[in-house]
Design a protein around this ligand. Structure first.
Ligand SMILES: *Cc1c(COP(=O)(O)O)cnc(C)c1O
Length: 341
């Protein structure tokens, strides 16, 4: 069987999650009457230390709802050029909020306060004004980088000094918190909203939560309806989501597996693999003289699945569905793949 390291979204729900779904108490969540969704929203808000939270179908929808709530049409949104919100959400900022992204090169995975100050645009007769800053933690495209809470707070303070709100794309917030041993509530203390995916390393079949203060969440609830995300007996998928929140501590095992994988792959001639902060391993194949697509195809043939994320960049993710033996086998198989090239 292939070892699937394409993403941490490829996990199968556990038997306990399937049982929880089957037995969930449900109601119509658009009327606010699904007890399981209400529970999940309360527990999630408690975990991240916000007043309230909103269950949303996907991380993408959560990010796009946040952008819509925080901005006015035509404003600018400041974000890293490698941000998921900018690169991988189908220009949702332009399509759904009609705002203009202003990208910066946050090569440390989080913009510095100076970068935020420099990118800020004051509203005038000629200029639209900056309406939002978005941050990402962990930072996916930059290699699952865990950004320390102090850096998040410093970036947020620079935005707030200019009265600009801050949204955190925390699709893998709990990975960052586990890696840095930081309380999630501290991590998000200074941002105005945060999205966390339950369907990635935490193993839920679907769903994300968008958290913030009561006023933000009330506004987000309306935009969720506008975007077609108002679900009815959603407790069926929220129940596994509640169990997913119990998998937070287990993320440390994924991080350990990622470090082992990276060390094993880095020892293979032709591969350069930096030590990962969390569960995302980035493999540079420049020295192989072949592109990432070719490397990924060879890995696939050898029984390991990964994803090409740049001309010579391949991503492997560890997750609940792979253990240490799988990681050792994956290293051997990738070594075979490299030999075959
Ligand atoms: C996966 C991901 C998202 C989007 O989540 P979906 O649930 O797949 O829509 C947003 N941001 C980051 C950083 C992600 O990795």
């Amino acid at each position: 069987m292939a070892i699937d390291l394409r993403s941490d979204t490829v996990t199968q729900p556990s038997d306990a999650m399937r049982d929880a779904a089957a037995n969930a108490a449900v109601g119509d969540d658009v009327y606010g009457e699904d007890p399981t969704v209400n529970d999940l929203e309360a527990v999630a808000a408690d975990r991240v230390g916000t007043d309230d939270a909103l269950y949303v179908p996907t991380g993408t929808m959560g990010n796009q709802i946040a952008a819509r709530v925080h901005t006015d049409r035509g404003q600018e949104v400041v974000l890293d050029r490698e941000a998921h919100i900018y690169r991988w959400e189908l220009a949702g900022l332009a399509q759904l909020s009609e705002v203009q992204p202003r990208t910066i090169d946050a090569d440390g995975a989080v913009p510095s306060p100076d970068q935020i100050r420099d990118a800020h645009v004051a509203e005038s007769l000629h200029r639209p004004g900056t309406g939002l800053v978005t941050l990402e933690n962990t930072h996916n495209a930059r290699g699952g980088v865990a950004v320390p809470a102090e850096s998040i707070s410093a970036a947020a303070a620079a935005a707030h000094d200019r009265d600009v709100p801050v949204h955190l794309d925390g699709a893998r917030l709990f990975n960052a918190c586990v890696a840095l041993d930081t309380d999630p509530a501290r991590m998000v203390r200074d941002v105005d909203s945060v999205v966390c995916c339950l369907s990635k390393g935490l193993g839920a079949p679907a769903g994300s939560v968008l958290a913030g203060d009561a006023e933000f969440v009330a506004a987000a609830r309306r935009v969720r309806k506008l975007f077609g995300g108002g679900m009815r007996q959603a407790g069926l998928i929220a129940a596994p989501g509640l169990l997913a929140l119990e998998n937070v501590d287990q993320l440390a095992a994924d991080h350990d597996n990622a470090r082992r994988l990276a060390a094993g792959l880095d020892a293979i001639d032709g591969l350069r693999v930096p030590k990962p902060d969390t569960n995302i391993v980035q493999v540079n194949t420049d020295d192989l003289g072949g592109g990432a697509e070719r490397f990924v195809d060879a890995c696939e043939a050898a029984g390991v699945r990964g994803g090409a994320h740049g001309p010579s960049l391949t991503r492997f993710c560890t997750h609940l569905g792979v253990d240490r033996d799988d990681i050792e086998a994956a290293v051997d198989r990738v070594a075979d793949a490299v030999r075959s090239l």
